[in-house]
Design a protein around this ligand. Structure first.
Ligand SMILES: [Zn+2]
Length: 485
């Protein structure tokens, strides 16, 4: 079936929980996993006569996000009531922004292609609660509401419809997440719901006007974003190709059956009867404050990646891996600096540091589901290991053993080498004794080597390494075998 005559146009709405300790308009805690209805008060449960007080830190984080995404920060910003009734929304309206959001017009650059995805706006709003549906005997079928999440600050980051494939959507979200974590405004943990994503998607033949758009909700992982978009692209193509029509509606992604399902026909903005929130004054962030926030921004991932390529001579791939998370990039630079302090030069250090981090350390951390911040191997200790290896104190094989021990105990490489007697043997007379033994014990390999089979030497090298418990310096071993065979 020729289904893909039509090309997709996709825009993403990303909801990100701001990393504040208290909610947007009250002092209640934002702690994840608390007992239901433990973190609530009269303000966030919408009781009559209470007044919201804006959380300044949440506004600061939103401005910080806007600046990192190249947005302009509004001089005048207004909060609005978005009216709708839903059981987990105690006030029957959500405080959000409609006209005059805090940040407008920015962009995210995709690392793989350099394509720029426009950002329409970044605004601040409050989260709703959560319904828990009880399942049991008929008389026990009821729903419970947990308002712990009600009133927690969310940033909504709305992209332009510049995304044209499911792959691009995932890359956009990955890049955005990396930026938000760099600037430390959110944990962006999809499992804890601190990063959520809805997509608007329409399809049309190239050159035609945009088609009718469908909103997909409830994508709570990168994988479900990808599969839901692929599913929807095919569904819409099949509908149009067979003469059907796309209805403007909201669809839910169902991870159990891997399909989108119709949820409701799409409401329009006027259905929400937005009006300015009378209990909050219009907001005018001072230019000094905005400048101050801008000055405090760290180097962002893309800039750091190109600096790593230039400054340390890394390839694009390694630089991308090392700069995806700020903490990992910091760890890399700290290790290189420590190597330099131990006498290595910058370029000689960068290559082994990259290899140890990207293969051994990340391998260990991934297997043990640990974050780099919980690495038992400190940057200083990793540099110490690399120094022992480059100055010939230990062999490459021993270094792997020492590294494993460092992961298990968090110990210093010098201490481990000393206590386990792992120092490499480079003394020729000590090695010569083992070489002579190995030659005498392996007449077949010796004969083959003499008959011109160069590879036969490996059997003798192996025998010497075994006798020395891996501690003989391989270069010396090779030299002595060839001299004595
Ligand atoms: Zn509260």
């Amino acid at each position: 079936m020729n289904t893909l005559n039509y090309k997709p146009t996709i825009g993403l709405e990303v909801h990100v929980q701001v990393k504040t300790v208290s909610k947007l308009f009250c002092g209640c805690s934002t702690e994840f996993g608390a007992e239901p209805n433990h973190n609530i008060c009269a303000v966030c449960t919408g009781q009559p006569g209470v007044l919201p007080v804006m959380n300044k830190k949440a506004v600061e984080f939103t401005i910080r996000t806007g600046l990192a995404l190249g947005c302009s920060i509004s001089e005048h910003s207004v909060f609005a009531r978005k009216q709708y009734f839903y059981p987990d929304l105690p006030k029957n309206y959500q405080v959000s922004q409609y006209e005059l959001p805090l940040c407008i017009k920015g962009s995210v650059t995709l690392p793989s292609t350099g394509k720029r995805i426009g950002i329409t706006r970044v605004h601040l709003e409050e989260d709703a609660g959560k319904l828990l549906h009880a399942i049991g005997a008929r008389e026990l079928e009821y729903s419970l509401v947990d308002l712990n999440r009600t009133g927690i600050g969310l940033m909504e980051i709305v992209s332009e419809p510049d995304i044209t494939s499911a792959d691009e959507a995932v890359e956009y979200l990955t890049t955005l997440k990396s930026i938000l974590r760099y600037i430390d405004v959110s944990d962006c943990d999809m499992e804890k719901g601190t990063l959520r994503c809805d997509a608007n998607i329409s399809i049309a033949k190239p050159g035609d006007e945009l088609g009718t758009k469908v909103e997909i909700k409830n994508m709570n992982s990168f994988k479900s974003l990808h599969t839901a978009l692929l599913y929807e692209i095919v569904r819409q193509n099949e509908t149009l190709s067979s003469g059907g029509k796309i209805i403007q509606e909201t669809r839910l992604w169902d991870t159990d059956i891997n399909e989108t399902k119709s949820m409701r026909s799409k409401e329009f903005a006027h259905d929400y009867r937005y009006f300015p929130e009378p209990d909050l004054v219009p907001f005018k962030p001072s230019r000094e404050w905005v400048t101050e926030i801008k000055t405090s921004l760290p180097e962002l991932p893309l800039a750091r990646k190109s600096r790593f390529v230039k400054e340390y001579g890394l390839n694009d791939y390694d630089a991308g891996v090392l700069t995806a998370e700020k903490a990992l990039a910091d760890y890399f630079e700290e290790t290189v600096t420590s190597c330099v302090k131990l006498g290595l030069n910058n370029n000689d250090a960068a290559k082994p540091v990259t290899n140890w981090i990207t293969t051994d350390l990340l391998g260990y951390l991934n297997t043990n589901k640990k974050d780099i911040s919980l690495s038992p191997v400190t940057a200083v200790n990793l540099a110490g290991l690399i120094k022992l290896l480059t100055d010939g104190t230990i062999s490459g094989k021993i270094a792997k053993t020492v590294f494993t021990e460092m992961c298990n105990t968090g110990g210093k490489p010098e201490d481990i080498v000393k206590s386990k007697g792992l120092v490499q043997i480079s003394d020729e007379s000590a090695i010569l004794k083992l070489v002579i033994e190995a030659i005498n014990e392996n007449p077949k390999a010796v004969a083959e080597f003499k008959a011109g089979k160069e590879r036969a030497v490996f059997a003798i090298v192996g025998a010497v390494m075994k006798k020395s418990q891996g501690k003989a310096n391989p270069a010396v071993v090779n030299k002595l075998i060839k001299e004595n065979i």
